[in-house]
Design a protein around this ligand. Sequence first.
Ligand code: PMP
Length: 369
Amino acid sequence: MAHNDPRPAAPTMKPWIAGIHAYVPGKSTGADGRKLVKLSANENPLGCSAQALAALACDHTPAAYPDPDATALRAALGREHRIDPARIVCGTGSDELLNLAAQGFAGPGDEVLFSRYSFAVYDIAARRCGATPVEAPDADFGADVDALLAAVTERTRVVFLANPNNPTGTYLPGTEIARLHTGLPSDVLLVLDHAYAEYLEPEEVDGGFELAARAENVLVTRTFSKIFGLAGERIGWATGAPRLIDVLNRIRGPFNVTASGQRAAQAALGDHAFLTRSREANRSERTRFIQAIEALGNHGLRAVPSKANFVLVLFEGAVQAETALQAIGEAGYAVRHLPGQGLPQALRITIGTPQQMDDIAAVLRRLCG
Ligand code: PMP
């Protein structure tokens, strides 16, 4: 390059990308490189449905591209949830769809709104497309509809709400979701992120599908990564008005769900017994673990009420979250510390097997002396 050439010596990052902190995934190794049992990524301790495993193992042709439209999977999802498959799009995990929702409807100068202590990808999704992420205050670690509505400006284009929420496990009932939707201008896209919805009791569902079926501005996202136990296959899906689905279809990767993923998801969807077993195991272990934390309440430990497959434990006494993280690591387990998300004195612990939860509770009891 000539000495006085005004061009930079290397490709220049866009200014909005410079503000992004790369997503830090749940760890599976300790500081010393030791392999840990992973209770840090909200995976299903029961694995996945045997039917999904069989579908993954069956003969396929890796040289061929997958069905770009995931036709059979969308039809199966449509039958399962009574949704027109034309109102469904599949993604490389629901992460892809969250990013596409931001990209499709927000850009430089726009705002993307979400609650404090919500899923880290919302901030990244907003910044990726040059929009400004805006955090509304929480209400005791959960989303606060009044605070979200108060934070809406004429620049707000997209609102993300995880229900149940990650990393807090908190949940808003259908009446609150309806109130949020009613309060939003009709040109604002409301994305209801249902990554953990299958862990709710059937009577608890928040009405997101009904809203997405009749409103023009609601997208519901779901995933096969959590209760279905297929995180490694990367399959998510979204439903909403055809206009919204059309936007996501324009900008998604053309072959964004692998053939094996499509097959496994379809098989997993039909295994209701596995889902019931997973939900029940999660509920009973979560209840038992929360009771163990409550028993340490006089030492400043507190469990945020959770409807998901993890519990956010707050350390409000002498025991520091970091100390607990280290002791849990020494006992062989990885859990999630989220200081970067404003939670330096909290650990998010995935609900594992009874033995795993007993081990973690024993470490915490020991620390409390
Ligand atoms: N939404 C929430 C709230 C999550 O916690 C996660 C996973 N951590 C996702 C979406 C994305 O999951 P996936 O991309 O595996 O579908």
